[in-house]
Every structure is written in structure tokens, then in C-alpha cells.
Design a protein around this ligand. Structure first.
Ligand SMILES: Cc1cc2nc3c(=O)[nH]c(=O)nc-3n(C[C@H](O)[C@H](O)[C@H](O)COP(=O)(O)OP(=O)(O)OC[C@H]3O[C@@H](n4cnc5c(N)ncnc54)[C@H](O)[C@@H]3O)c2cc1C
Length: 467
């Protein structure tokens, strides 16, 4: 007899593990299966967490090397122990993945390691090893298998010199020359890590700008700042071929006017991610996917066209972000339990963890224009913010887009120190349908970076105090 549960979840990433915990809190018997050796999915093991651990370590290294002096701090020769930096990153990851295992135990969730696939609308087969498999049954099955790096057909990964972000998180030496293909957030974050640690980094991007989903004005400024930090960019450049030559790779590309080639140590292909559905048995059950993107199609309950089979996270439409997957996990579990939860897709922040950071929520200026909406803009530079000056972090600004008639905040875009934390205030205001006047009237502690958000809100009405 197969083991029976109320809910079986395939995938223990931020979507799956959060759904499992919330469903267990609501009294459901839950089993969660993951093929990986530890819980937490892409985010905790090979995504958000290890990349941020390396970004934080490499930023400290860069500060110690070139900026301490400006604060009057004298240090001797600053050296790099890459193995130790990687060990620290691995410890951070292990602490957090162990934490998820603890939460599973605490919430009495059955956790299973193995590769799972659907064997019917209410049945899952888990292949635990070559020889061992088990069958589970439930009235509800949640697919949360996430995504995998997209490869370029003319540039297949070889795991050593032509790699995805997974390998770029574990290089054991600093590449002398690194090509990053793709100027999205993963390419820029990993490019920043290796550039700070000493690589000569060149970013090749097919489009005419970097971070294509972000506000264009912010993208232009970020481009300039990263160039000042030493990253080189070739925009409107199409990579045509890469050939491994011993330990080197020759990358050939075409710009608008000429063919170019680069001989480098490593190539990081960061051109996006695609939903991971192989082996899940979707075709056999007739589960409908988007023909173009491969994303699983769901309704407002996250239910696929097959009753009782649900999907969330990177597997479905929307930004491929951990917090979006988590929020969907909570909403899915609560709706399954008969509650009325929902995710506000208009208030999902996006962050690029370069230094300075970029964070944004809501509409970009381009999207606002496309909608034909009348708007006003307030901007405030960090150079005029007291705390930013104390920190010696004056690059960037806050930009607020507000409806010209109602003053409702439509979008907030921040380029600056700790933008990732500052954006939370804007997310709150957008969630509560607030106005720029609301932000302007709220008392902000002094001296803090958050005062720049308030000043930008005042600037919407041309009454910023400090600019
Ligand atoms: C380098 C990098 C940096 C990132 N940084 C950020 C960031 O800073 N902020 C952010 O919000 N997002 C970030 N992301 C994106 C984020 O990791 C994903 O959006 C998020 O992990 C998606 O969650 P998920 O639960 O949908 O899927 P995943 O986290 O991908 O988890 C899916 C899980 O399913 C398992 N699985 C797949 N198929 C099967 C199967 N057949 N049987 C059993 N198990 C299976 C996998 O092993 C995996 O553990 C980053 C991604 C990368 C690659």
C-alpha cells in the first residue's frame, strides 16, 4: 500500500519548503521530496545565499584593498585566501539548509531524498536510488521543481571552462580573464565577485543595455559605476562560438559593426533560467505548459489543468525570485486549506546585489509611459544624504514615480548603498496603495539612508529639503 498524505510536494526550494511548513501549520499531513542532498533548493544551495555570501566577502576584500585608506585606516598587504572564503560560504549555506531540515522536523513534515515524478493525478513515484523506489499518494500534489540555467546552443556548458552560475560559485582559483555572457542580475553579481577578487571581467550582452527589466535611467548609471569598478561591457554583441583550447577558451562574437574575439580562462553563461520539468511526467498526464517558455500553466489557486496537481515558483509565470516563490507557497497552502490568500504581483521587489545595489518595485518609467499614464517623478541623490556621506557611499539616487493626478506611488527605483533593505519601505507603500505624500509625511530617523527615500518623495512635489 502506498503511503498516504494530504499533500505531496516535489521540490524543497523556497517555494516547496515554505508551502510545506505553512500547510503543516494548517494541520495537513505533508511529504516533501527533493533530489538534492540538502533542503533549500537553488536559492539556499546554489543561488541567492552562496552568491550573497561571496558578494559580501568580496566587497569587504575590495574595501580593505582600496577604500580603508580614505577612512584613515592603515592595513598592511591585504591578501586573499580563496579557499577560506569558499569555506565560509559553504558554512553559511549549511547552517541555513540544516535550519530548513530542523523546521521540517519541528512541523512533522516527512522529508524524502529522491527523484520524484507523477504516476497519476494523485500518485507520485520517488526513485530513491537505482534499486529503490517508493510510491506515495495524496489528494493534492504540488510541483515546485524550480528552474535550471539556460544554455546557449552554440556554447554548451563543459563544467570547467564554459560554466553556469553553479560552477562560478565554486571556482578554486581566481580566473585571470573571465567573460560573462548576459548582463542580467546573475551575470553582474558573479562578474562583480570575480572582478573584486582580481579577474579581468568582460560582460557581453546581446541587448543595447544592462539589467533589461530595470528602469532604464538606473541601468545607465549602474553601467557607468560598474565600468569605473573595472568591468568592461560590450553591448549589442552576439556570441557566435566558443572553442576550448587547452585551459583557455576562445569566444567569438559579432558587434553591430565587426567580428570580435576574446581568449579567456573561463566563460560564465548567464543568459537566464528555464523551468525544470524533465522527468516529472507532465506530458503523460496532459498538464499544459506555455509553448514558448515551458512554464506550467496554473489558475488563481495555482492548480494546473489537471485537478489536484498544482505548481508554484520558478516553474510558473512571473519573476524567477525566491521571495515570489515563497509567497506563492504560502498563498497556495492557505487556499488549499480554504483561506483567501493571494500574492500581489504588482508589489514584488527585484534586487541586483552589485555594489552599490539596485532595488526596484512597481512600474519603471518606461512602463508608466507605455500605459499612457500621467506621472510625476521625485529624485534624490545619495550624495546629499548625511549617512551616505559618513559611509563614503554617495553613488546613486532614489527615484519615485507617482500618479500625476492621485499621487499614488507607481514605482520606486533605488541605486545606492543597501538599496535591498531600503526598498522594503516602498513595497509597503505600494502594497497599501499609498502616495508619495504618505512617505513624505512619515518621520524617518536621522541620519539614515532611508531619509533619501523621504526626500525623493518630497521631490515629487518639488519640495525636497536637502537638494
Ligand atoms: C546564482 C543565483 C543567484 C540568485 N539570487 C537570488 C536572489 O538574490 N534573490 C532571489 O529572490 N532569487 C535569487 N535567485 C533565484 C532563486 O534561487 C529562485 O527564484 C528560487 O530558488 C526558486 O525557488 P523554487 O522553489 O521555485 O525552485 P528551486 O529553488 O529551484 O527548488 C527546486 C527544487 O526542486 C528539486 N527538484 C527538481 N526536480 C525534482 C524532481 N524531479 N524530484 C525531486 N526534486 C526535484 C531541486 O533539487 C530543487 O531543490 C538566484 C538564482 C541563482 C541561480
Amino acid at each position: 500500500m502506498p503511503d498516504r498524505f494530504d499533500l505531496i510536494i516535489i521540490g524543497a526550494g523556497p517555494g516547496g519548503y515554505v508551502a510545506a511548513i505553512r500547510a503543516a501549520q494548517l494541520g495537513l499531513q505533508v511529504a516533501c521530496i527533493d533530489k538534492g542532498p540538502s533542503l533549500g533548493g537553488t536559492c539556499l544551495n546554489i543561488g541567492c545565499i552562496p552568491s550573497k555570501a561571496l558578494l559580501d566577502s568580496s566587497e569587504l576584500y575590495a574595501l580593505a584593498k582600496s577604500r580603508f585608506d580614505r577612512h584613515g585606516i592603515k592595513v598592511g598587504d591585504v591578501g586573499l585566501d580563496l579557499a577560506k572564503m569558499m569555506e565560509r560560504k559553504n558554512r553559511v549555506v549549511k547552517g541555513l539548509t540544516d535550519g530548513v531540515a530542523f523546521l521540517f522536523k519541528k512541523n512533522k513534515i516527512t522529508s524524502m531524498q529522491g527523484t520524484a515524478g507523477l504516476a497519476g493525478a494523485k500518485r507520485v513515484i520517488v526513485q530513491k536510488s537505482d534499486k529503490e523506489s517508493t510510491t506515495l499518494e495524496a489528494n493534492a500534489i504540488l510541483l515546485a521543481t524550480g528552474s535550471e540555467p539556460a544554455a546557449l546552443s552554440n556554447l554548451p556548458f563543459n563544467g570547467t571552462t564554459i560554466v553556469s552560475s553553479t560552477e562560478a560559485l565554486t571556482f578554486d582559483t581566481v580566473p585571470g580573464q573571465l567573460i560573462v555572457i548576459g548582463a542580467g542580475y546573475i551575470g553582474l553579481e558573479m562578474g562583480s565577485v570575480w572582478s573584486r577578487l582580481g579577474s579581468k571581467v568582460t560582460v557581453l550582452e546581446f541587448l543595447p543595455r544592462i539589467v533589461p527589466t530595470m528602469d532604464a535611467e538606473i541601468a545607465v548609471l549602474l553601467h557607468k559605476i560598474l565600468e569605473k569598478q573595472g568591468l568592461k561591457f560590450h553591448l549589442e554583441t552576439k556570441v557566435t562560438r566558443a572553442t576550448a583550447r587547452g585551459n583557455q577558451v576562445v569566444v567569438e562574437a559579432e558587434t553591430k559593426s565587426k567580428a570580435v574575439s576574446f581568449e579567456v580562462d573561463r566563460v560564465l553563461v548567464a543568459v537566464g533560467r528555464r523551468p525544470l520539468t524533465a522527468g516529472l511526467g507532465l506530458e503523460e498526464l496532459g498538464i499544459i505548459k506555455d509553448a514558448k517558455t515551458g512554464q506550467v500553466m496554473v489558475d488563481e489557486d495555482y492548480q494546473t489543468n489537471v485537478k489536484g496537481v498544482y505548481a508554484i515558483g520558478d516553474l510558473i509565470a512571473g519573476p524567477m525570485l525566491a521571495h515570489k516563490a515563497q509567497d506563492e507557497g504560502v498563498a497556495f497552502a492557505e487556499r488549499l486549506a480554504g483561506q483567501k490568500a493571494h500574492v500581489n504581483y504588482a508589489a514584488i521587489p527585484g534586487v541586483v546585489y552589485t555594489w552599490p545595489e539596485v532595488a526596484s518595485v512597481g512600474l519603471t518609467e518606461e512602463q508608466t509611459k507605455e500605459r499612457g499614464q500621467e506621472y510625476r517623478i521625485g529624485k534624490f541623490p545619495f550624495a546629499a544624504n548625511g549617512r551616505a556621506r559618513c559611509l563614503d557611499e554617495t553613488d546613486g539616487w532614489v527615484k519615485i514615480i507617482a500618479d500625476a493626478r492621485t499621487d499614488r506611488v507607481l514605482g520606486v527605483h533605488i541605486l545606492g548603498p543597501r538599496a535591498s533593505d531600503l526598498i522594503a519601505e516602498a513595497v509597503n507603500v505600494i502594497e497599501f496603495a499609498g502616495s508619495s505624500e504618505d512617505i513624505a509625511r512619515i518621520c524617518h530617523a536621522h541620519p539614515t539612508l532611508s531619509e533619501a527615500v523621504r526626500e525623493a518623495a518630497l521631490a515629487v512635489d518639488r519640495r525636497a529639503i536637502h537638494a
